[in-house]
Each structure stands twice: as C-alpha cells, then as structure tokens.
Ligand binder design. Structure first.
Ligand code: FES
Ligand SMILES: [Fe+2]
Length: 350
C-alpha cells in the first residue's frame, strides 16, 4: 500500500516504550507516526509527552536538560513545565511585560499501564485535549506488570508489519526450528473468528498438537488470539484452572518506512521465573526470524511490485485493511466505528 496521509490511524493510543526504557530525570526523543515527541517523567514518576520542538526556534527539547521538574531548551535556555507551559526565558529582562505562560508546547496524553507507556496521537493538536478513551486493555490487573521480551525496528511501514504479524502461513517457513515445528508435519487448520471492538479474534481453542511451544504448558491449555488496530496482537493462554500467560506484540509506526515491534509477556506460572531467560531467548529468536524475512521484503518492495492477498490464509490481512479503512472514515465523519468483519471460519495449512 502506498505511503500517504492515510497510512497512520490517528486518535488512537500507541505504545511508546516498555516502562524500563524511560528513566527518571532523562528526556527521550522519539519519532512516532512521523511526529517528533519528547518523553520524560515528572517529579512523581508519571510519564509525560510533549511535541519535541522548542516553540522558539524549533530545536528538539529532547536535546536539552531536565532538572527540578523543568525542561530546558539547549539553545537559548527557555524553560517549560511537564505540561508544556513556558516558565522561564533567561534572556528577557526581568521588567519585561510579556506573558510567557501563553507560550505552550503541545502536550500529548500519556499513560503508564502494566509496565508499558502509551501516548495518544490525535488528528488535531488542540490544547488540553482529552482522549475519548483510556489506553488499550491489556487483560492484566492494574498492579501487575509485563516483562519486555524484545523491541526491534522493522524495515517496513505499519501495514506490511501488521499483515506480517497476523499472517498464519509464513510460520511454516520463517519459524521452522526443531523445537517449534517442522515443515514435514503440515496440517490443515480450521479456526473460528469473530469481530471484536476494533479488530477480530480467533476464538478460544486448544492449541494445535504440532506446536511444541505449547506442549511445555502442561495441565490443559486454551488460547485466544486477538488483533486490534492500530497494531495490537494479544495471545491469552489459560493454563489449567488458575494460571494465565499473556503474550502481546505491539506495533508502533515510526515513519513511512519503519515500524517498531515490541513483545511483552506476563505469566502467573511460578515456572516462568526459572524459565524467563530461555523464554526471552526463544522470543528474541522468533522475532529475529521475522526481522530477517522483513529485510528481504523491504529489498523486494523497492521495485514496487504488484502484491496480492490470496484466499483464506490472507483473509486476516484483508480484514485489517477493511477495518482500517472503515475506522478512518468513521473518524473523518465523526460517527461511531462499525466493525465490518463478520464471524467466519478460516482454513489454512501450516
Ligand atoms: S530554540 Fe529553544 S530556546 Fe531558543
Ligand atoms: Fe512471524
């Protein structure tokens, strides 16, 4: 799909970081949806996000300093509070009559949930903007936190990254390994899908017997896999009566050519404490395999070939484009989003 204004969906929350990446006292500049944003933590540790341009001459605020809960620009030293209001201009004589509190940097809504930091990217940059909804529900109690498995930059736009994430038929070829599955044991899969608020889910089922990754989870398991725009894939695994594993992959567009992929993980199984490093390695290896094929893909896409989405294995990709189109229209026309996806059973061989 051509990169244009409609590539990015606005008025939605996007993952900025795993909480461990944003240290108190530091400023981090980050590009998201081709917008430059500076992140930090206020004196209470709450994250904030501002447009990463000084209103004076546009220097990135992330290139300045953060001290006493104040951001100071590195060029002429203008100071701003964590809401983006100007608090000081060192070069102005003290008897000046300019009301510097009218000088503001755009503040993005920013929230920390379960050890992850989210920012709301609005279409219109209005002052004191209040998002129409909280950050996405990550299925975890307020006091619990996700561990970070891996964050990588995919050399692809958000659309290619999403369809790579929800693509069932690459698994056989990209993720082949002895402990996972082998191409010699291909099986026909039949999965039921239903629409969700802004996406679709593969309804809860017992994982397939040729996925060895699941077989370590003894005691009866079932899994539900959900995809929601802008790029959230959630796998919720119930293990026996009382344990759960939540594995979430989040996509954040950086710009037209790059998308950040972050994999976060939670498990209530006591075993996970001991298995965390091998699990993390496995996760990184998995993502590394996707990254490898994406580097080849980005080479291939340079010559702008015509692409196709074929049959039931590519149906989820079709749904993504359709949901995206309808969501963008609903935002444009200011009407509620109506999910175009209907319940359906899909088949593919992996
Ligand atoms: S550019 Fe920031 S203070 Fe001048
Ligand atoms: Fe993959």
């Amino acid at each position: 799909m051509a990169a244009d204004a409609s590539l990015f969906l606005k008025n939605l929350w996007y993952l900025a970081f795993h909480s461990s990446s944003l240290k108190p006292g530091k400023l981090i500049g980050k590009e998201m949806l081709s917008e430059k944003i500076v992140f930090g933590r206020d004196e209470h540790g709450k994250p904030f996000a501002l447009r990463d341009n000084c209103p004076h001459r546009g220097v990135p605020l992330s290139g300045g300093w953060f001290k006493d809960n104040t951001i100071q620009c590195c060029y002429h030293g203008w100071q701003f509070d964590t809401k983006g209001t100007c608090k000081g201009i060192p070069a102005l004589p003290t008897d000046n009559t300019i009301d510097i509190s009218k000088i503001k940097v755009f503040q993005y809504p920013c929230e920390e949930v379960n050890g992850t930091i989210w920012v709301y990217i609005p279409e219109k940059k209005l002052p004191d903007l209040v998002p129409n909804e909280p950050p996405p529900n990550l299925l975890l109690a307020r006091d619990k936190k996700f561990l970070q498995v891996e964050t990588v930059t995919m050399p692809a736009d958000i659309d290619q990254s999403v369809i790579g994430l929800i693509d069932p038929s690459h698994v056989t070829f990209v993720h082949q390994s002895w402990y996972w599955r082998s191409s010699k044991k291909l099986k026909i899969k039949e999965k039921k899908f239903e629409p969700t608020a802004r996406g679709f889910k593969m309804v809860r089922h017992t994982p397939s017997s040729n996925s060895k990754g699941y077989s370590v989870l003894k005691g009866g398991t079932s899994t539900e896999i959900t995809f929601e725009i802008p790029g959230i894939r959630t796998e919720h695994i119930l293990v026996g009566e009382k344990h759960e594993v939540i594995s979430i992959t989040l996509l954040t567009p950086i710009n037209e050519n790059q998308t950040e992929l972050t994999h976060i993980f939670y498990s209530s199984l006591p075993l996970t404490k001991w298995l965390w490093w091998p699990l993390k390695r496995l996760g990184k290896q998995f993502i590394g395999q996707d990254l490898g094929v994406f580097h080849k893909l980005s080479e291939g896409l340079k010559s702008k070939p015509t692409l196709m989405l074929l049959g039931e294995p590519d149906m989820q990709a079709r749904w993504y484009y359709e949901i995206k189109r309808v969501y963008a229209l609903s935002q444009q026309n200011n009407v509620p989003f109506q999910n175009p996806v209907k319940p359906q059973t899909l088949h593919w061989v992996t």
